[in-house]
Design a protein around this ligand. Structure first.
Ligand code: FAD
Ligand code: NAG
Ligand code: NAG
Ligand code: NAG
Ligand code: NAG
Length: 645
């Protein structure tokens, strides 16, 4: 690099880092959306003047609608295989250091998180021990720049544990090569421009919670949004469509942080149940279900505006008036597809007391002999489950969101039902006990012990904290999938029976996580054409997940593929068969879902595909199963070079 470039860049760097990075919560009063606060991270942007001398960082072409109506043309134009390390066109160290200057020194080249477990100069027994013992703790992976929670999808490389015993190897696998640890819009713009101009695969990581590792990618440059933590509470937001409290938050804000800020202001917001799951990245763009969904709809329904860096590097607003088609697409279309979110403004609601009930039932100690010897079909247990299921329309109609699981119990051939929480916003303990009364009575009738523990909390945040424990993640020998079960299955006795039998059959040879939930259009206060959320969500009474597991020592990905196929064509098919025309939740899906475009987006898919051509004609953004991903392939195991197909 020439010396004068270096000194010019040093000045830029100094200017960028002189701006303090405040991540405080501010409260403002906004009379109109135009006075919606600009978050500190949005004040630092990339300009034409900044990049004038640097071809690698030039902005892309302005948007054009010309080709979006002919996908044959746009699909093929200007796309070639992405450049990977070792290629002649992979940027030199000098070019990477230009990017590093533009992002304020925040370009990093991280080792895989468990590399410290492997022989070499980074080996560290103590660190390896801590990583290994904490592997299933989501914070470990959130805090690392490249780690993801579904380890299978980086190719099972660099697994934790004693490498000399387990015989693992440690290569970069599907982990990104470089990461921009973004602090502001400018960092994101620079990274997008660089990746596009250099034809490098670009990925975005927020928390890394995605079930299919969509926050990683072989040979890629990653933009990490975790540091974008600004939050502003807007007491009285006003637009044509909505007047009331709102919150604007950086895309790195997680649910628990948002809940704290809202609670401090006497408010609550629609976010996930998971303790560490992201809010402003894959979650909200993919739809987002929430403990508040049965009263307020999906998370995507709440969005008032997005601030986004597009594939051409421009930093734009998407709301009902500005770029409305982009706004629509990013409300349910999924992450890593149309742009990089910098911030989100959402509706907030006055806080309410919430009652939480938990209970568990299975063959009690006294029943063990009976279950082991006589009742291998477990009919008593399933009679109670069935009674509970029969209440779903009533419960969801009362604003309930319940999250329960059914796993094999200690008694061979039988199950345990655990109500993680029965979450009842604005309901008293007496009201909740009444809603659960028929299930409790049915248990009594079948000599099964079922005693709900019901507690009322003063607000949403306290109830959420008490109700949803931190989940276990990080396994590489599990694959899950989900199904949305439609309301019509509750309205027709035969359909209810068939659905129940399919659920029982699958659960008895596997397990299930279930959510009784009703994110209807009315609850979301949206019309059918306002969001890209899968229409089937609006008719859903239960979202359920099941999965398949295999021996954790299996390393042969072709063996894993065949196990996954049995799952897709077996248990998942049983669930699909009893819910024809419904769909699956894209953020908790089986990535081998047949005709996934229809299953994840239904009738919204053709328009979403057009939006992808319009906003990202060159394919800068990609994630497996995302809108437009059928135009690309990273190989059969999804960890190779990304090429157009
Ligand atoms: C323990 C656990 C609990 C969960 N609980 C819920 C729940 O209650 N409700 C629910 O609906 N889902 C839940 N999920 C699923 C969750 O919605 C998805 O895993 C989601 O993809 C997480 O988004 P993230 O941004 O945190 O994760 P990441 O893995 O970091 O990202 C997911 C996808 O979004 C993209 N992305 C991330 N940030 C941005 C951005 N700023 N701009 C554009 N694209 C971006 C990524 O590239 C990736 O493709 C849960 C998952 C887990 C593992
Ligand atoms: C789309 O483009 C292809 C290739 O140029 C062309 O053959 C086809 O007629 C076009 N389709 C439409 C609807 O314009
Ligand atoms: C890792 O585990 C150790 C003890 O085993 C604990 O002290 C530490 O807080 C854990 N770290 C994380 C990130 O969970
Ligand atoms: C809470 O419940 C009360 C009594 O049923 C009702 O009057 C009130 O409108 C509810 N509040 C909200 C915010 O739903
Ligand atoms: C419950 O227990 C009582 C008393 O032991 C017994 O008479 C009855 O048959 C049992 N009911 C069921 C459904 O097993």
């Amino acid at each position: 690099m020439k010396l004068h470039h270096l000194s010019a860049l040093s000045v830029l760097l100094a200017a960028a880092s002189a701006v303090p990075l405040e991540q405080a919560t501010t409260t403002v009063s906004a009379a109109a959306p135009s006075s919606t606060p600009t978050l500190p991270a949005e004040e630092i942007v990339l300009t034409e003047a900044d990049v004038k001398q640097y071809p690698q960082l030039q902005f892309g072409e302005e948007l054009s609608d010309v080709e979006i109506h002919n996908s044959t043309v746009s699909r093929r134009s200007g796309r070639s295989c992405k450049v990977i390390p070792g290629d002649r066109n992979w940027p030199s160290n000098g070019l990477w250091s230009i990017l590093n200057f533009f992002v304020g020194g925040k370009l990093i080249k991280p080792d895989p998180i468990a590399k410290v477990c492997y022989a070499g100069n980074t080996y560290d027994e103590a660190k390896c021990g801590a990583i290994t013992s904490n592997w299933t703790n989501s914070d470990l992976h959130v805090d690392h720049p490249t780690s993801i929670m579904s380890t299978l999808y980086q190719g099972m490389t660099c697994l934790p544990g004693d490498a000399s015993i387990l015989g693992h190897t440690c290569t970069l696998g599907g982990y990104p090569v470089y990461v921009v640890d973004a602090q502001n819009a400018r960092d994101i713009q620079a990274a997008v421009n660089f990746a596009r101009n250099m034809n490098i695969r670009l990925v975005i990581k927020n928390t890394g919670h995605d079930f299919h590792g969509k926050a990683s990618g072989f040979g890629s440059l990653s933009i990490r949004t975790h540091a974008l933590k600004d939050i502003a509470v807007i007491k009285n937001y006003r637009s044509k469509k909505y007047t009331g409290p709102a919150i604007k938050a950086g895309s790195g804000v997680q649910g628990f942080e948002l809940y704290q800020a809202a609670s401090d202001a006497g408010l609550m917001v629609v976010g996930g149940e998971g303790m560490t799951v992201g809010w402003g990245g894959g979650y909200i763009q993919g739809g987002g279900h929430s403990p508040l969904s049965s009263i307020h709809g999906m998370a995507a329904d709440q969005v008032l505006s997005y601030e986004v860096v597009l594939a051409n590097g421009r930093f734009v607003t998407a709301d009902a008036d500005t770029n409305p088609d982009l706004f629509w697409a990013m409300r349910g279309g999924g992450g890593s597809t149309f742009g990089v979110l910098v911030s989100i403004t959402v509706k907030a609601f006055p806080d309410v007391p919430v009652t939480v009930s938990t209970f568990t039932f299975d063959p009690s100690a006294a029943d063990v002999a009976k279950y082991a010897l006589a009742d291998t079909s477990n009919d008593d247990f399933w009679a109670v489950v069935k009674e509970y299921f029969s209440q779903f329309a009533t419960h969801a109609g009362q604003g309930i969101y319940s999250y329960f699981n059914i796993f094999p119990s200690a008694v061979a051939g039988s199950q345990t039902f655990t109500m993680i929480p029965f979450f009842a916003p604005n309901k008293t303990a007496a009201e909740v006990d009444a809603l659960l009364a028929s299930t409790v009575a049915k248990a009594k009738e079948h000599n099964i012990t079922l005693v709900p523990k019901t507690v009322t909390y003063s607000g949403f945040q306290a109830a959420w904290k008490a109700g949803f424990p931190k989940e276990t993640i990080g396994m590489w020998n599990v694959q899950s999938g989900s199904r949305l079960f439609p309301r019509e299955n509750w309205e027709d006795t035969d359909k209810f029976e068939m659905q129940f039998n399919a659920i029982r059959e699958v659960t008895m040879n596997s397990y299930m996580l279930g959510f009784n939930i009703a994110p209807t259009l009315a609850n979301g206060q949206v019309t059918a054409d306002e969001t890209a959320v899968l229409p089937a969500w609006r008719e859903t009474l239960m979202h359920a997940i099941t999965g398949t597991m295999w021996d954790a020592s299996i390393r042969d990905l072709s063996v894993v593929r065949s196990i996954q196929k049995v799952f897709t064509d077996g248990n998942m098919k049983k669930w699909r068969d009893v819910s024809p025309g419904s769909g699956a939740y894209l953020a908790e899906c089986d990535f081998n879902e047949p005709d996934h475009q229809t299953a994840f987006w239904g009738t919204n898919y053709p328009k979403l595909y057009q939006m992808k051509q319009k906003y990202d004609p060159k394919g800068v953004f990609f994630a497996e199963t995302a809108v437009g991903s059928e135009d690309w392939s990273a190989g059969v195991d999804r960890i190779g070079r990304l090429c157009p197909v």
